[in-house]
Write a protein that binds this ligand. Structure first.
Ligand code: SAM
Ligand code: SF4
Length: 325
């Protein structure tokens, strides 16, 4: 069976599948005015999601992340998790969520086969959280994360976007947060998208701000696991959890790219900041696994070496909710 290897020798074992463009939060860097409907809401149904996952798993993908938009706005999320978990070859079923209703939903997700949960929390300060997301729900989100730990979800992580607004005092709060919790907090450098240029100019801080802070306080760099992707993680003897950094502006960031994306409308995206996608939808509506695999493999030849964010070029990505961040 063909494996997914591109023209630069990179291997792809990780699929990020967006299942909706809809979101109920209004994060300042992503959807500051909230989600606005564009065109009919015709997102992949659970069967089409399963066909996507099956095709990629047949090509060697073992890790699948369900994302969006906000994946938990879909009532059939548990079914999609279960169908994904049942595909032979898939050993990690991950969900990235803003956590708005996690407390109520996480047990069902775990029972359906969820192995990895990423909860987005940009600030542990109630007012800053409200300012960034548009919702006064910090306590509920943290409660949901603690429920996930209590229910034994095998891996629980936090995603936080590095923002000028919240650095320094924010780092202290997150270090306290992981003192007892066995959770990795991963900060992502703010990325410039088509819609957030002014916000980016105001709020982007380089990842070195975080690494300098960590190193000055005795945190040390960990070895990376094979499917960690581009995250660098730090550990500290007094803390159960870890703090990490994903720095898309760092030199060589794209050299270790291990992921491909399929959008909620069934387009294969070779790069988060690329242009145009390869439509898979016609092959998903019928059951055509061979043709689907062939289209994916031939599309991979067009994967670029890297993004062009340094040139302020975000491709046709207006915000990350559009294609799945
Ligand atoms: N709604 C879910 C959530 O927020 O976790 C999943 C989708 S969201 C697009 C996925 C991740 O992308 C979130 O952790 C979010 O903070 C991050 N994100 C969105 N826009 C970003 C940007 N411009 N730069 C860096 N990270 C971004
Ligand atoms: Fe919604 Fe996630 Fe974008 Fe925030 S980052 S607006 S939660 S899609």
């Amino acid at each position: 069976m063909a494996r997914l290897i591109d023209g630069f020798g990179r291997r792809f074992h990780y699929l990020r599948l967006s299942i909706t463009e809809v979101c109920n939060f209004r994060c300042t860097y992503c959807l500051p005015d909230g989600y606005r409907k564009e065109g009919p809401l015709s997102f992949l149904d659970p069967q089409a999601c399963e066909r996507v996952v099956r095709a990629f798993a047949d090509l060697g993908v073992s890790k699948v992340r369900l994302t969006g938009g906000e994946p938990s706005v879909r009532r059939d999320l548990s079914e999609i998790i279960a169908r994904t978990a049942a595909v032979p070859g898939v050993d990690k079923v991950c969900v990235t969520t803003n956590g708005w209703n996690l407390d109520r939903q996480v047990t069902a997700w775990r029972d359906a086969g969820l192995t990895n949960l990423n909860v987005s929390i940009d600030s542990l300060d109630r007012e800053a959280f409200r300012r960034i997301t548009g919702h006064d729900r910090l306590a509920a989100v943290v409660g949901g994360l603690d429920r996930a730990l209590a229910r034994g979800v095998p891996s629980v992580k936090v995603n936080g976007v590095l923002l000028r607004d919240t650095t320094e005092t924010g780092f202290d709060a997150f270090a306290d947060f992981v003192r007892e919790r066995p959770v990795a907090v991963r900060f992502i450098e703010l990325m410039r998208t088509g819609d957030n240029a002014d916000y980016f100019a105001d709020q982007h801080v380089p990842g070195s701000t975080l690494t300098a802070w960590l190193e000055a306080r005795g945190w040390s760099r960990r070895e990376r696991a094979f499917d960690d992707g581009p995250a660098v993680e730090f550990a500290h003897p007094d803390h159960a959890g870890r703090i990490g950094l994903i720095a898309p502006y760092a030199p060589g960031f794209c050299d270790s790219c291990n992921r491909l994306r399929v959008t909620a409308r069934g387009q294969l995206r070779l790069c988060l900041f690329g242009e145009l996608g390869v439509d898979l939808r016609d092959l998903l509506e019928k059951d055509e696994p061979e043709a689907l695999r062939a289209r994916i493999v031939s599309a991979l030849a067009g994967k670029p070496a890297g993004h062009r964010l340094h040139e302020a070029n975000s491709g046709d990505t207006r915000q990350l909710a559009q294609y799945g961040g």
